[in-house]
Design a protein. Structure first.
Length: 384
């Protein structure tokens, strides 16, 4: 029964990630159809992250108290409803409401899925498979929506046809979500105390801030790679299609690496795997400005491993060291830290390396990863 519940979790994660990956860009296309300006598009994108940034810790506390499955179901239903609202929205105001609600539903699902995965005794494997399922969903979601948009018939705009894919897929995702209810949630009672004291307790736990730093650095490095690899290609006269294939290669290597990550952690230990992959990623980013397309292929393989393994392993790490009854809250704080890193670190590196093109940005990202690896190595013994 536990294996079937795990299969349900992975299926639900893949389907819901596909739905989310489809609706987000298609919501932007819908906004364009409704006459949105560039500024409006930026605000629409930001509206997705506002509620998760503010509520991640509070939602985590409620999951600690009530268990994850109810929140996974509620988030799934919210994504169904908000995707439908985005599809039928006749004004930008309604589209903003739909996007904000989508962000909240995604938060419910993501934290619930992570807590559910943490019930597995082999957390390294559980989180690796969870993030692999999410990556698979990303691979299929947007292409499916793009295809639907390209063949939209009478009565459908390209955007509404693309969003309809999200509605259908998120409805299908309810089936494995309901199946997950066949196995019980964690019986660990939630910790008591004021929220600010619990948050402080989580942050004071040995090894936690190092995990937050490692995860945030990887998130920021990925954002910088996605943003500046096109500039790197442009500076060298490399075609857009080739740059896209390089990014796709990195994603596929990440997917493959995560599937077998528990073998690595059993062999050399979680700390060594995370620290080693961060160093490898730092080396890859540092070398990228000085190579051409052939060398970049090798570097993308290195980055696929280096940037792909820290995320699931830091989830497992935080789940292990979180104080009793605060696991979901700790994962919520981790999510907040990641969002803050995404908002600040890429911008800071871009400002500090202004005028140096992609070379300075990649070297700055390499330094950031190397520093996070060094702090991880110095984390208290037994915390990783």
């Amino acid at each position: 029964m536990r294996r079937l519940a795990t299969a349900g979790l992975l299926a639900q994660t893949a389907l819901l990630t596909a739905a989310y990956s489809a609706v987000r860009p298609m919501a932007s296309y819908r906004a364009i159809e409704l006459g949105a300006s560039n500024v409006t598009l930026g605000l629409l994108a930001a509206s997705f992250s506002v509620l998760p940034l503010v509520l991640a810790f509070s939602v985590g506390r409620q999951i600690d108290r009530r268990g994850p499955i109810g929140f996974v179901l509620a988030g799934n239903l919210a994504i169904v409803a908000t995707s439908a609202l985005a599809m039928f929205a006749g004004s930008l105001a309604l589209l903003f409401v739909a996007t904000a609600g989508l962000g909240l539903g995604h938060l419910f699902c993501m934290l619930g899925q992570q807590v559910r995965a943490s019930l597995d005794e082999n957390r390294d494997r559980a989180f690796a498979w969870l993030t692999s399922a999410a990556a698979a969903g990303q691979i299929i979601g947007l292409p499916a929506a793009a295809y639907a948009a390209s063949v939209a018939g009478d009565g459908w705009t390209p955007a509404t046809a693309g969003i309809a894919v999200s509605v259908v897929v998120s409805v299908v995702a309810l089936v494995p979500a309901l199946w997950m209810r066949r196995t019980p949630d964690s019986t660990t009672p939630a910790a008591d105390g004021p929220p600010h004291r619990l948050a402080a307790q989580i942050l004071r736990t040995p090894g936690v801030w190092q995990a937050f730093l490692a995860g945030g650095a990887v998130i920021a490095a990925i954002d910088l790679l996605l943003a500046y690899l096109p500039l790197w290609g442009h500076e060298r006269g490399i075609a857009v299609g080739a740059v896209g294939l390089l990014l796709a290669l990195r994603g596929l290597v990440t997917l493959a690496a995560r599937i077998g990550v528990d073998v690595l952690t059993r062999t050399v230990g979680r700390r060594a795997v995370i620290a080693g992959t961060l160093v490898a990623a730092a080396g890859g980013l540092a070398a990228l400005p000085f190579t051409g397309i052939a060398g970049a292929v090798v570097i993308m393989v290195v980055l696929g491993f280096g940037l792909g393994l820290a995320q699931p392993l830091t989830m497992a790490w935080i789940s292990d060291v979180a104080p009793p009854g605060t696991r979901a809250a700790a994962l919520g704080v981790r999510l907040t830290a990641n969002r803050a890193s995404q908002a600040t670190l890429p911008a800071a590196i871009a400002v500090l390396t202004a005028g140096s093109g992609a070379t300075g940005v990649f070297l700055g990202a390499a330094v950031m990863l190397a520093v996070s690896s060094a702090t991880l190595v110095r984390a208290p013994s037994g915390s990783v």
